[in-house]
Write a protein that binds this ligand. Structure first.
Ligand SMILES: [Zn+2]
Length: 339
C-alpha cells in the first residue's frame, strides 16, 4: 500500500506540472482527490491492514493528499496569472491612436422645413392631425365639394387604386376627417405626403409634401386667416416679410385666395428667385365652404372656418435655393450632407 501511495504521489506531481489550463487542473483534482478518485480507491484497502500499520499508512495518505492539494493550488495560481497576462497583452489598447471619425446623420431639408413650420403653428395653439395616404375618393373629393364631373378628378392626375380608393392628391381630406370626429373649436395642421400622376422633372414629382391648416369656430373671419398667415410668414421668412392675397378659386373654400410673400432674397426689388416680380406665391387658402362644413356634420349657420395648404417641397426649394425638385428625392449624400 505504501508503494501504491508513493507511486500515486509521483504520477500526480508529474501530471499537475504538465497541466496547461484551469480545466485540466480541475479534472486532475477530481481524478486524484475526488470522492471516486484514486486516493480514495487506495484507502478502501485500509481495512485489510494490521492495527500497527494503519496509523502509519493513514499518516502517509494524509501527507500525499496535502502534497497534491498544495501542488494543485500552486499550479492553478500560476496558470491564472499567465492567462491574465496573456489577456492584458492581447487586449492592449493604444490610447494614443487617432480615433475613427463618426458620421452624424443630418435632417433632410424637407424634414427641417416641416419641423420649422410645425414649430411655428404649434406655438400658435394648433395641434397636429394625421390621415391616411391611401384614401377614399369620398374624403379626397366629394366631401371637399369636388363633385364627380369636376376637372380636378381627372383620371390622368390621380393614382386610383379602385374606383373609390386612391392615393390622396392633397392633405385636405384630413380636414374632413378631423371635422367629422371633433367638435369646434378646431385648430389643426396636417403635414404629409401626397401623390399625383405627374412626370418627373425639375418642378414635378409624383410624390411630394403638403401641409394643411384648418381653424373652425364661432365668428372666424377672413381677418383671422390673414392674421395667422401673416404671423407665419414673418416667423418663417423673416420679420420684414410682407404678404399679399390674390383672389383665386378652390372648390372647398369660398372665398378663396392665394398668398404671396415679399421676396426674401431681394426684399421685393425683383430678382431671379422671384422672377423679377418681388413676390413669391407660397400657399392657397380661403374660408371653408359651407357645403364642406355641412358634409362634415358642422352647422355652417353657427360656425365658420378657414383653411390653407402649402407645398413643403416648394418652400424648402425657396428657402435653401434648390433649383431642381428631384434633388430632394434622390438621396445623393453629396446633396443631403449640406444641410
Ligand atoms: Zn426676389
Amino acid at each position: 500500500m505504501e508503494e501504491l501511495l508513493k507511486e500515486l504521489s509521483k504520477r500526480a506531481e508529474e501530471e499537475i506540472l504538465k497541466a496547461k489550463s484551469l480545466q485540466e487542473i480541475e479534472s486532475l483534482r477530481v481524478k486524484y482527490l475526488g470522492k471516486k478518485g484514486e486516493l480514495t480507491q487506495i484507502l478502501r484497502g485500509m481495512g485489510s491492514l494490521s492495527p500497527e500499520e494503519r496509523p502509519v499508512i493513514g499518516q502517509l495518505a494524509n501527507d500525499v493528499r496535502e502534497k497534491i492539494e498544495n501542488m494543485i493550488l500552486e499550479r492553478r495560481e500560476k496558470i491564472a496569472k499567465e492567462e491574465k497576462e496573456r489577456k492584458i497583452k492581447e487586449e492592449y489598447i493604444d490610447i494614443t491612436m487617432p480615433g475613427k471619425p463618426y458620421k452624424y446623420g443630418h435632417k433632410h431639408p424637407i424634414t427641417l422645413v416641416m419641423d420649422e413650420i410645425k414649430r411655428i403653428f404649434l406655438g400658435l395653439g394648433f395641434s397636429i392631425a394625421e390621415g391616411p395616404e391611401v384614401e377614399l375618393a369620398y374624403y379626397n373629393f366629394e366631401a371637399l365639394n369636388t363633385p364627380e364631373d369636376h376637372p380636378a378628378r381627372d383620371l390622368q392626375d390621380t393614382f386610383y387604386i379602385t374606383s373609390d380608393i386612391l392615393l390622396r392628391t392633397q392633405t385636405s381630406p384630413v380636414q374632413v376627417r378631423t371635422m367629422e370626429k371633433t367638435k369646434p373649436p378646431i385648430r389643426v395642421i396636417s403635414p404629409g405626403r401626397v401623390y399625383r400622376s405627374d412626370d418627373i422633372d425639375a418642378t414635378h414629382s409624383p410624390v411630394f409634401h403638403q401641409m394643411e391648416g384648418l381653424v373652425v369656430d364661432e365668428g372666424i373671419t377672413m381677418g383671422d386667416l390673414k392674421g395667422v398667415l401673416n404671423v407665419f410668414a414673418k416667423k418663417f421668412f423673416g420679420e420684414s416679410t410682407r404678404t399679399k392675397f390674390r383672389p383665386h378659386f378652390f372648390p372647398f373654400t369660398e372665398p378663396s385666395a392665394e398668398m404671396d410673400v415679399s421676396c426674401f432674397a431681394c426684399g421685393g426689388k425683383g430678382c431671379r428667385v422671384c422672377g423679377y416680380t418681388g413676390w413669391i406665391e407660397i400657399l392657397g387658402a380661403g374660408m371653408v365652404h359651407p357645403n364642406v362644413l355641412r358634409m362634415s356634420g358642422i352647422d355652417p349657420e353657427k360656425y365658420t372656418g378657414f383653411a390653407f395648404g402649402l407645398g413643403i417641397d416648394r418652400i424648402a426649394m425657396l428657402k435653401y435655393g434648390i433649383e431642381d425638385l428631384r434633388l430632394l428625392f434622390e438621396n445623393d449624400m453629396r446633396f443631403i450632407e449640406q444641410f
